[in-house]
Structures are given as structure tokens and as C-alpha cells.
Design a protein around this ligand. Sequence first.
Ligand SMILES: Nc1ncnc2c1ncn2[C@@H]1O[C@H](COP(=O)(O)OP(=O)(O)OP(=O)(O)O)[C@@H](O)[C@H]1O
Ligand SMILES: [Mg+2]
Length: 251
Amino acid sequence: MAVVELQGVSKTFRDFWLRPTVKALDGLDLSIESGEIFGLLGPNGSGKSTTIKLILGLLSPDAGKVALFSRPPGSAAARKRLGYLPELSYLHSFMTARETLLYYAGLCGLDRATARERTRQLLEMTRLSDVADRQVGGFSKGMARRVALASSLIGKPELLVLDEPTSGLDPVSTDEVKTLVKELAKSGMTILMTSHLLADAQDVCTRFMILNNGRSVAQGAVADLDGSLQDCFLAAVAERRAFSVASFLKA
Ligand SMILES: Nc1ncnc2c1ncn2[C@@H]1O[C@H](COP(=O)(O)OP(=O)(O)OP(=O)(O)O)[C@@H](O)[C@H]1O
Ligand SMILES: [Mg+2]
């Protein structure tokens, strides 16, 4: 069964006067099956986060269909089965790491005992136990990212959506996230992730799609790739311009 299904999805952002500003997605078809680790790749501004927001029901498409667990995204029934790590983590800065996790546990409808036990385990897993009672407003970027990652898992979702899960993480934490993602998939969780680190995506993902200007320019199973994902990416996203340093910065 497809966990996520997009058919001919287009999304144009408009300004205050409803004038179109940018066509972020242009007739996108995408299907993610249960148990996959799906890598949504592409250059900056290619439409990855927009795709994710449509899947979550945070945006609605101008054309085409989006289904999550064969239901309209954003429905309470679909949302219950979902965990989401946003590209930028919006944490309440005055709450501690532990309070943050308990807060999300509450939103997932967990009872107090389960919430406490899962919070304890997730703090330990993300190496935050020692700082669990400090306010997240004072956390470093990587620490805040790990709080957000732990929050996305508290409800034990069937589909986990990770928008750049390793951004801001040190090499050890990055490796731990990769291991975590693979372990979660083994236990049956479906994962949709974006990343700019193509070597990491190649290690972790079972299937991928490369977006460019809101369209799919390459897709397939990672195991079927002849070369590296990096080569595939560079070939698919062809319009690379020579980079030149602004002239006023030159000696
Ligand atoms: N809320 C918005 N209002 C106006 N334009 C938007 C909005 N969100 C996204 N866009 C535009 O849609 C296009 C796709 O953006 P999106 O955030 O999906 O890219 P992305 O692939 O996630 O990029 P990145 O790798 O930089 O995160 C961009 O041109 C962006 O400026
Ligand atoms: Mg993005």
C-alpha cells in the first residue's frame, strides 16, 4: 500500500495581490511504499520542503491529488500516524528539553507514564539526558536539532518525515542519525527524508527522487544506480553555471 501518493501536483506561490510569484511544483507524481526510506533530493529551491508541506497538509495543491495513508493529508486520522522534523525547528525557548518532549507526548495523546518513559528513552538516545532540564532557548544548533528529532519520534509514528535531519549536526551525531533511520525502517517505519549530503543519502535511502525547478528529473532505487548518487545528481541537474566571485571582493 502506498503510504504517500501525489498525482500531478502543482503549487504556485502568490503574493498579497494573488499574483503568481513562483511555481514551486509542476505536475509532480510521487509514490512512497510502506517500509521505504525515500530520499527527496534536489538543489536549493527545487521544491523539496514544499512537497513535504503538501504531504503534511500544511499547504494545499493548486492542481492534482495528495493522499497520506489513502486519506486527505491534514485529517486527524492521517496526522496521528505521522512524525515530522521541520527544516527549521520551532521550539519553545523557555521550555526544557524534557518539557518539550512531554509537551509533544501530550499532543500525541499519550498517558503520563508512557510519556515519561518514552521521554527518558529518547533523551538518552539523542544524548540529551545531561542537559534535559536546561531551557532549549540556550541550546546550540545541533542540540536543538536533536530535541526536535526526538520530538518527532515520541508518538512512534508509522511515517516519519525528516526535512534535512542532519543539518547542523556534528559527524558523530550524523552517523547516529543514519543508524537510527536504518533501524527504524527495519522495525517497519516508513521514512521520507531530504538531504544535501548525497553520500549519506546513498548510504541510507532505498529509493530517491531528484527534483529541479519543481519537477522530477531522476528517480529510482538506490541499489540500481550504476555510479554514485552524486554523479546522478550532477547529470540530472545540468544547468550548472561557472561560479565567479563578486568583482568588488577581488584584490
Ligand atoms: N511560503 C512561500 N512563499 C513564497 N514562495 C515560497 C514559499 N515557500 C517556498 N517558496 C518558493 O518555492 C520554491 C521551492 O521552495 P522549497 O522550500 O520547497 O525548496 P527546497 O527544495 O526545500 O530548498 P532548500 O534545499 O533550500 O531547503 C522556492 O523558489 C521558494 O522561494
Ligand atoms: Mg527545504
